[in-house]
Structures are given as structure tokens and as C-alpha cells.
Design a protein around this ligand. Structure first.
Ligand code: HPA
Ligand code: ZN
Length: 338
């Protein structure tokens, strides 16, 4: 894809990145060998014959659930704190090369605790990589704990309690909570209890909404879970009143262009509401979601938007400022990003 030097040089913040979605087929297969994890037999699913076959399968996802099947199998190779550290440090290295200065990283603890990997082990590895990335690259980062919406709300509640008991909410290790996995049929208000609990603390709140689900998932996240951000949010275009509200309340929408194309939420990047959001003053950032699965890291997403929309420098300035102002870092750090 076309490379735009000014987009590379622009200081970027990433707000929508699932760390488990940065697991490349190469790292996946080396960790599977190291940890003696058996992947599905290639006679059952030929995609697992080689990293290259897997890459090719990733080009043909038919839906969010089709992707999630591979996403959950992929992360089953992560066992030890050092595996999570390698994974996250590989992401930070790549993000640094793309010009990311600040990253807010989703992780899915329930996808690990449900297969016997403790919450503490996951966070230990991620935090080690965060410290190394800060020291070696000057990247600041935060963790956002995501709940899996296909699992019962009680399981989310137990996960919340465990993170809280370890002090990760009060000590700043985890900056906020999010909601991910299959959207349709799992509206945000199912998880109202954890959002209400978070609302009584300093935790920030976001949720995936309006990716495959319709615009009511967005209003329900805002009204019933009191979220401060909307992840994806592309279905905002189907409700003019809601779109105007999101603009006036300065709610950040975290867009993921290549993800939306790969998961067939839109046919092409040009069909995304980028121009509409700019014209209506909806604040949004551009993000990679699951870069190892969706064919591109953050700069590829920026460049895809530029190829499709030919934005002006004024437009790009609006996007860059919205991303910084919408970040969940302290005001001092924001000043250095601007
Ligand atoms: N949507 C929902 N859940 C996810 C995604 C996504 O794009 N990526 C990883 N988990
Ligand atoms: Zn996502």
C-alpha cells in the first residue's frame, strides 16, 4: 500500500488494539512448539498446516465470529508471563516503527483464565513489556481490561473482583474497562453491573458497539453503561440524532478501517464514515484492532484512510488532536504529545 511520510511522522496514539490480536502466525507457531500446544490438525482445518496457510485464511474472514474462532485458538499458545511479554514487546516494537507515542491496550483475561492461565501471569508479562517499551522507545501505555460478552455477566463480575483485589485498578496498572467478542445478541447492558462498579471508581469505560450490531448498541453503551468512548461505532451514521450527540459530548470513536473491511462490516475503506465524522465534528482515532489478523498495523490503517479520502492537513490535525485529547493518560503526558 502507498506510504505517506507525513502520516508516519505524525505522533500517533493507539486506542483500539487487542494485544492477543497482535499475535503473528510466526510467533503463534513458535510458541505452540515451545509450549507443546496442539493446534487443530491440518486434516481438519488446512489453515493450520503452516504460518503462510494461516495468513491466507486470515484474508478470507466472513464475519466477526469467523475471525474470533481463529483469535481464540491463536491465543491458546500463550502460557507463561514471558509469552505475554514477547507478544506485547513485539507489538510495541512495531508500533514504535509506525510512529506510535502512546498506546492503550485491550487484553482479554477471561480468554486466559478459562484455560488455566492466571490473571496475574497475564498482567505480569504485559507490564514487563510496557516498562521495556517505555524505556527503549519512550512509548507510554495503559491497559484496558476487556470483558468477553459471549460469557455470562457473572464471569465478568468475578474477573472484575480479581483485578480489583490485586490492586490493579487503584494503582493505575489498568486504566479502564471494555467489552469485546461477539456483539449481536449480547447488548452492553448485560454487563451493567461491572460498568456501574467501575463508575464508582477512577476507572474509565469503553465498549465495542456498532461494529456488527446496529446503532442501538451504541446508545445502550452510552446510556446504560455510561461509557466515555465507543469502539468501532461505525453504525452511528444510521442515527443522525445520536451522531450529533456523540459530536457534542466529545465522545471518542475508535475506528479500525482495515478490520471493518476484513470482517465485512463494509466493502471498502471508502465506505466508512470518515468524511461524515469530520464534517459533523465527531472525534475519532484510527487504530489497528487485531493487526496480525487484519493485514495491517496502525500506519497501514492511516494510509488506507488517506488513499480512500485524500484528507487535508486540517482534517489530519483534527484527527491527531482528537486522539490526544481523548487519550486516558495524565494531562502532563498529553502536553508532550500535542
Ligand atoms: N470486535 C469484537 N471483539 C474483538 C474484536 C473486534 O473487532 N477484536 C478482538 N476481539
Ligand atoms: Zn476490537
Amino acid at each position: 500500500s502507498a506510504h505517506h511520510q507525513f502520516l508516519h511522522d505524525m505522533p500517533k496514539c493507539e486506542h483500539h488494539l487487542h494485544i492477543e490480536g497482535s499475535l503473528s502466525p510466526t510467533l503463534l507457531s513458535s510458541l505452540a512448539a515451545k509450549n507443546s500446544i496442539s493446534l487443530p490438525d491440518s486434516s481438519v482445518d488446512p489453515s493450520f498446516a503452516s504460518p503462510t496457510a494461516l495468513e491466507q485464511r486470515y484474508e478470507n474472514f466472513t464475519s466477526l465470529d469467523d475471525f474470533l474462532h481463529y483469535y481464540f485458538i491463536g491465543m491458546s499458545v500463550l502460557l507463561h508471563a514471558s509469552d505475554f511479554e514477547s507478544l506485547a514487546y513485539e507489538y510495541f516494537t512495531r508500533a514504535h516503527a509506525d510512529g506510535v507515542h502512546h498506546a492503550e491496550i485491550f487484553f482479554d483475561p477471561q480468554a486466559h483464565t478459562s484455560r488455566g492461565v492466571s490473571y496475574g501471569v497475564v498482567v505480569e508479562g504485559l507490564v514487563a513489556a510496557q516498562k521495556k517499551a517505555e524505556k527503549n522507545f519512550g512509548i507510554s501505555s495503559k491497559l484496558i481490561l476487556c470483558f468477553l460478552r459471549h460469557l455470562p455477566a457473572s464471569h465478568a463480575g468475578e474477573t472484575y473482583t480479581e483485578a480489583e483485589a490485586l490492586g490493579h485498578f487503584s494503582d493505575g496498572t489498568v486504566v479502564g474497562i471494555g467489552l469485546d467478542s461477539s456483539e449481536v445478541g449480547f447488548p452492553p447492558e448485560i454487563f451493567r453491573e461491572v460498568y456501574d462498579a467501575a463508575g464508582k471508581t477512577t476507572l474509565r469505560r469503553t465498549a465495542h458497539a456498532g461494529e456488527e450490531g446496529d446503532h442501538t448498541y451504541i446508545s445502550r453503551a452510552l446510556d446504560l453503561c455510561n461509557t466515555e468512548r465507543i469502539d468501532h461505532g461505525i453504525r452511528l451514521v444510521d442515527n443522525e440524532e445520536l451522531l450529533k450527540r456523540v459530536a457534542s459530548e466529545k465522545i471518542l470513536v475508535t475506528m479500525c478501517p482495515l478490520s471493518n473491511v476484513r470482517l465485512r462490516c463494509v466493502t471498502k475503506v471508502a465506505d466508512l464514515p470518515v468524511r461524515k465524522f469530520l464534517d459533523e465534528g465527531v472525534r475519532f482515532s484510527i487504530n489497528s484492532d487485531d493487526p496480525a489478523y487484519f493485514g495491517g498495523y496502525i500506519l497501514d490503517n492511516y494510509c488506507a484512510v488517506q488513499e480512500a479520502f485524500k484528507l487535508s492537513l486540517v482534517d489530519w490535525r483534527f484527527i491527531a488532536v482528537a486522539a490526544i485529547e481523548g487519550s486516558w493518560c495524565d494531562e502532563e503526558r498529553k502536553k508532550t504529545l500535542l
